[in-house]
Design a protein around this ligand. Structure first.
Ligand code: DON
Length: 315
């Protein structure tokens, strides 16, 4: 595995296409050359190469995890009324499209995610973010915190998301405190992580919701399938269809440059490289995971016995 990861890193380090996200001013400060790939197996082993300790913000990768928290803390009917589970094919920040029931299509686009974050309730803002951080920390296996500069930057410039929240209010899909729930959404996006954290989060989802390093449960087993289905169909923005077709793995990307990938029953993969393609996915991240899926035949529907064996690589 290490041999493969080193070759993978070397091969894609030279890929300089794409641009670091700038619409959140603080994200423009990222070093575009950073590139790290981390693998955590369901028996808790770690393989990694490159900048796997570099810190960046979780951004949209928080969305499936907070959705999982909502599944555990809210009645199913409340969630079903609020958000669908249908891919859109539209960019993540599109504003007005709602489904026939008047809901955002799914919880991995901004409108759906904002509607879901609004459901994480508590006595006040500190308690609400504490619930989210506690949950995310179980996946990562270490305490996580909010990058205050990234939070402040998005809070100041996030007018599009404010508009989305107001539209959701109009349509009855957002009934909590407006500014507080929006701040909570900006905070969950600003959680500081590394590629190793993303691999551990992926490994937790690959391991039926139990962190394979700490053995702490982060998500009830019955919610793992629903969360992974959404990641497979909606996790890569408007590239999700092609991703499911070509790579065949549940994944979630964020505009901070991270991608969290789940190989069910086997491992999590975390990649960080902040240059994004036009859809908002890490260019090197997509290339690296695609190559890895092909090499080890990781596609969930495409087991091909003739290709390099993952079991052997992990031995
Ligand atoms: O709401 C935003 O625009 C960012 N905080 C997160 C966007 C992101 O990573 C792309 N989303 N799917």
């Amino acid at each position: 595995m290490m041999h493969f990861l080193r070759a993978l890193h070397e091969r894609f380090q030279g890929l300089e296409d794409g641009e670091v996200a700038r619409y959140i001013p603080e994200l423009a400060e990222a070093d575009p050359e950073r590139f790290g790939v981390s693998v955590v197996t369901v028996d808790g082993r770690v393989f990694e190469v490159g900048d796997t300790d570099a810190v960046f913000s979780l951004q949209s990768i928080s969305k499936p995890l907070v959705y999982g928290l909502a599944l555990e803390t809210c009645p199913a009917e409340t969630i079903r009324r609020r958000v669908g589970v249908e891919p859109t094919g539209d960019p993540y920040n599109s504003i007005v499209k709602l489904d026939v029931a008047g809901r955002p299509h799914n919880p991995l686009i901004n409108p759906g995610a904002i509607a879901v974050t609004d459901l994480i309730r508590g006595p006040g803002p500190d308690d609400r973010i504490a619930q989210i951080l506690e949950r995310l920390g179980r996946y990562a296996g270490r305490p996580l915190g909010v990058d205050q500069a990234v939070f402040a930057s998005e809070r100041e410039t996030g007018h599009r998301n404010r508009a989305i929240a107001h539209l959701l209010r109009q349509f009855g899909r957002f009934d909590g405190p407006m500014d507080e729930s929006l701040d909570l959404y900006f905070k969950q996006c600003a959680v500081a992580v590394t590629a190793r954290d993303l691999a551990t989060i992926g490994a937790t989802l690959a391991h039926a919701g139990v962190n394979p390093v700490t053995q702490t449960r982060a998500l009830h087993e019955r919610h793992v399938g629903p969360v992974l289905s959404l990641m497979l169909s909606c996790g890569m923005y408007d590239y999700s269809g092609q991703w499911a077709y070509r790579v065949g793995l549940p994944a979630k990307s964020g505009v901070g440059g991270g991608i969290c990938v789940v190989v069910p029953g086997q491992m999590g993969i975390g990649v960080y490289s902040p240059r994004l393609d036009a859809r908002g996915n890490s260019v090197r991240g997509v290339a690296a995971v695609e190559a890895m899926s092909r090499h080890y035949c990781l596609h969930v529907f495409g087991r091909d016995r003739s290709c390099a064996s993952l079991e052997e690589a992990l031995r």
